[in-house]
Design a protein around this ligand. Structure first.
Ligand code: MSP
Length: 502
């Protein structure tokens, strides 16, 4: 079985989860479910980034220890992932023993390769971004990325010879056009690297919340060196090399655009130095604003996914995030738009289609329909191969928006097919029973296919549709064709989506 290893960033525990965290994690879940459905051996990992100065500072301000803070906040993440139907296979916390071992092991490899030396770091640091910043990078004396205040550091530090890898990294990016996506982001990284890579400070001495440098306990390892290594820990490095070699390299690291440089510059050069293969793809998605404004605690407009889900349901939320904005671009979250899509696309287009089709099978055929003798795909099912191929291509390139567009044009087509073929007229004429059966069978096939295509996005709805069609709960690659010889024993249920007063 072919493997597929996908990761999310591991989230800082200084903050509780919001829509930004949910977005990356749901995206990874969609991909993981899709690949499992297609028969892949999937490893899908997420987790929490618990070390570093930022977490230590927050804990101090809350008068708790960093591990108390982490233990408290990690529950918030785990609970949210349950609520959002996230199907991760592992959840890594950087304070776990297995992770400490992995970080020590990769640090040692890099050191043995002659890429770590002791020096002194004298420059700026942005704690919210956990980034070292040079004088010339400052913008009005502030962090060029987040615009917040920076602090002056002057301390002994271990350095990683990143400068050594500039050419190799550029070559790798050029030879592997899909290593960094989307393309605009790749171009940003290429010009950053061409601008020159400096050696990177990878240890700190002025606080203690981290993994000690092997052989020099006065230092803790830089939190990004620590955090990025989680991707190795999860697949068994260094103790279970058989498992590691099976899953590594990762097929996709999904991240937000703000942390691209760490993933597309630092991470590959660490791996090159450690003599390990590079991930196949790093995909950076865009950022959400909220009702047109940047999301921030001070504005008080941070979207809590728990609340949205309680009010509108998990599948509507998952669907909305990926229908509203092409993956890779920035987008704006608004409740008006969410409601509009629930009413139009979910309750109306999809919900009504399911309910009227199943009602007709109940009413006209006593609740079950089998493939009629000599049946051929008709109506919307004639184009189903194109649909499936378009969907697969879109999904394989993380183009969720296009995949959903394919599905919703199919849904409209099926709705038009019903209007055109007027089963309610045929039902009045016993002589036309054969025609009627054929049309309703076609509808059931269409519903089966729709249920399977929406399943990665809306797992609950996909499964419920299958239940109502009398099928087993999870779709598989077998469902990726029309004209299966199924017998559908249907069951009508409550509306899949409730309309909302606008
Ligand atoms: N701990 C690091 C990642 C280490 S990975 C080895 C980190 N954590 S984080 O908690 O700050 O969250 C990061 C993720 O949330 C990023 O992918 C980031 O892009 C995403 N988002 C945070 N706010 C966001 C929006 N407003 N919109 C979309 N995603 C956003 O960085």
């Amino acid at each position: 079985m072919e493997k597929f290893y996908i990761t999310t960033p591991i989230y800082y525990v200084n903050d509780v989860p919001h829509i930004g965290h949910a977005y990356t994690t749901i995206a990874a879940d969609i991909m993981a479910r899709y690949k499992r459905m297609m028969g892949f051996d999937v490893l899908f990992a997420t987790g929490t980034d618990e070390h570093g100065q930022k977490v230590e500072k927050t804990a101090l301000a809350n008068r708790e220890t960093p591990i108390e803070l982490a233990n408290r906040v990690v529950v918030r993440f785990k609970d949210l992932w349950k609520k959002l139907d996230i199907s991760n296979d592992d959840f890594i916390r950087t304070t776990e023993e297995r992770h400490k071992k992995a970080v020590e092991a990769i640090f040692t490899r890099v050191k043995e390769n002659g890429d770590i030396y002791l020096g002194e770091y004298e420059d700026w640091y942005c704690t919210p971004c956990e980034t070292f910043i040079t004088e010339s990078q400052l913008v009005d004396g502030r962090c060029p990325d987040c615009g917040r205040e920076v602090e002056r550091l002057k301390e002994e530090s271990y350095f990683f010879r990143m400068s050594r890898y500039q050419e190799r990294l550029l070559e790798h990016i050029e030879r592997h056009p899909d290593f960094i996506e989307p393309e605009s982001k790749r171009n940003e990284i290429v010009s950053f690297v061409k601008g020159g890579l400096r050696d990177l400070s990878i240890s700190r001495t002025t606080f203690t919340w981290g993994i000690p440098v092997p052989g020099d306990e006065r230092h803790v390892i830089y939190v990004w060196f620590d955090a990025l290594t989680n991707y190795l820990t999860v697949c068994g490095f260094p103790d279970d090399m058989e498992r590691f070699e099976h899953y590594w390299p990762a097929d996709v690291h999904l991240i937000g655009k703000d942390i691209l440089r760490f993933h597309a510059v630092y991470w590959p050069t660490f791996l090159m130095s450690a003599g390990l293969p590079l991930p196949r793809k790093i995909f950076a998605h865009g950022w959400w604003t909220v009702e047109g404004k940047k999301m921030s605690k001070s504005l008080g407009n941070v979207v809590d996914p728990n609340k949205v889900v309680d009010e509108y349901g998990v599948d509507a939320f998952r669907y909305f995030l990926f229908r509203e904005v092409p993956f890779g671009l920035d987008g704006d979250f608004s409740i008006a738009s969410l409601r509009h899509r629930i009413n139009g696309e979910l309750a109306n287009d999809l919900g009504n289609l399911v309910s009227r089709s199943i009602t007709m099978v109940e009413r006209y055929l006593g609740g079950s329909v089998s493939r009629p003798e000599g049946h051929h795909p008709e109506g919307p099912l004639k184009g189903v191969d194109n649909l499936l191929e378009g969907y697969r291509k879109a999904m394989d390139s993380l183009d969720f928006h296009r995949a959903l567009n394919h599905v919703w044009s199919f849904i409209s087509e099926v709705n038009r097919f019903i209007d055109r073929s007027t089963p309610w007229v045929l039902a009045k004429d016993p002589e036309r029973k054969g025609e009627l059966t054929s049309i309703l069978y076609t509808l059931m096939e269409a519903l089966r296919i729709i249920g399977c295509l929406i399943y990665p996005f809306m797992p609950g709805t996909g499964e419920e549709m299958r239940r109502r069609l009398g099928l087993g709960s999870t779709p598989s690659s077998r469902d990726f064709r029309a004209d299966l010889e199924e017998t559908y024993r249907v069951e009508k249920g409550a509306p899949l989506f409730k309309r909302i007063e606008e």
